[in-house]
Design a protein around this ligand. Structure first.
Ligand code: HEC
Ligand code: HEC
Length: 314
């Protein structure tokens, strides 16, 4: 019996030593990082393009700004844009970072670009794995540069979302160990031609991360939290299924549904009233060609029959 205990104790000791060794090795070897790029000065056109992508296509506000869900579709609270916010997640919820010049003044443009597209911070450490840098790695070099240029023009927000807090062993494993191995140097992909509407639509859907809420097959049925309210709304089926998806919508319907949210009421939503986490307010001013490209791509998806409550309809 004693002997068995001693062997077990010994094995546990060896196992822990090996585990600590692996963690230390990962810490030394990772994240893999290329040196930050030297970027040419941004032009006015870069800033305008970056503003468009940041404000109307990409999801940066959803995690890096505070939104006011007393109002329909949660407009960004004035004075918080890019200042950082609590990001809800089932596995590793965390604070996002302040990405205004208040926090990033010491970072070069190349360092911000690297964080956004390759998951490595200016100090060489990994960016938290909730930050979807692997999606932004699909941006063309010009578009990614444009977003960085726009970040530089955000009004500084005086906030320091807290980073240091007690984390569970599960979070340690996901954030500090696995999150360290994931970053990989960015190879900018060739720009997708806007004339290829289906391919460009697919590109937009990828960088805008529609699948985050609508699911990898876009059939919806996911309960998406409305931040800060404890309520959730089921995401819609946006595949071309004629009854449970948007198969009955034509291209003009699609554009006008998005446009209609530009005129949404500025009155608070009544306590029991309908609200949504879908960023309609921002998408309402997406370029018409971009909306049409997204529609063209969504039409090519295999239709999935799935009722709004997420069940497979008969
Ligand atoms: C799903 C949530 C989410 C989205 C969407 C998102 N971010 Fe992040 N971002 C984070 C989190 C979380 C961090 C890391 C905070 C930390 O490491 O403590 C982060 C970190 C960063 C950093 C590194 C700053 C630092 O101090 O570590 C930059 C730069 C950044 N994000 C830019 C962007 C831009 C630009 C966009 C839109 C193109 C964007 N993010 C979209 C969640 C998100
Ligand atoms: C933050 C989560 C979230 C993101 C990101 C998101 N959606 Fe949604 N979307 C929802 C939810 C929830 C609904 C259902 C409630 C509603 O209609 O507002 C919805 C509804 C829709 C509808 C209406 C469908 C119908 O039958 O009425 C369309 C179309 C749509 N989304 C397209 C998109 C596209 C395209 C993108 C990416 C550019 C996208 N969504 C990104 C959460 C999201």
């Amino acid at each position: 019996m004693r002997r068995a205990l001693r062997i077990a104790g010994c094995s546990a000791g060896i196992l822990i030593t090996i585990l600590l060794g692996v963690v230390a090795w990962i810490h030394l070897r990772y994240p893999r990082a290329a040196p930050p790029a030297q970027l040419a000065a941004a032009s006015e056109a870069d800033i305008a393009r970056g503003r468009y992508l940041f404000e109307h296509v990409l999801a940066c506000h959803d995690c890096h700004s505070k939104r006011d869900f007393r109002f329909y579709a949660g407009p960004v609270i004035a004075g918080t844009a890019g200042g950082g916010s609590w990001v809800e997640d089932e596995v590793v919820p965390t604070f996002s970072a302040n990405i205004t010049p208040f926090a990033l003044h010491g970072w070069s443009d190349g360092e911000i670009l690297r964080a956004m597209t390759a998951g490595v911070r200016a100090d060489g450490g990994p960016v938290h794995p909730l930050m979807p840098w692997d999606s932004y790695a699909n941006l063309s070099a010009g578009d990614a540069r444009a977003v960085v240029a726009y970040l530089r023009t955000l009004p500084p927000v005086n906030s320091s979302p807290q980073r240091a807090r007690a984390i569970s062993p599960k979070e340690f494993l996901i954030v500090r160990v696995i999150g360290r191995v994931l970053p990989k140097p960015w190879v900018p992909p060739p720009a997708v031609p806007e004339t290829d509407r289906v391919a460009y639509g697919q590109h937009l859907v990828k960088v805008a991360e529609c699948s985050l809420c609508h699911g990898a097959d876009f059939s919806g049925g996911r309960a998406v939290n409305i931040p800060g309210t404890g309520r959730s709304v089921v995401s819609a089926n946006i595949t071309p299924d004629p009854t449970t998806g948007i198969g009955a919508w034509n291209e003009d319907n699609f554009v006008s549904v998005f446009r209609s949210f530009a005129a949404v009421s500025k009155e608070p939503v009544p306590a029991a009233g309908k609200n949504t986490p879908m960023p309609w307010l921002r998408y309402a001013s997406m370029n018409e060609d971009d909306l049409r490209a997204i529609y063209a791509y969504l039409r090519t998806l295999p239709p999935v029959t799935k009722a709004e409550d997420g069940s497979a309809a008969p």
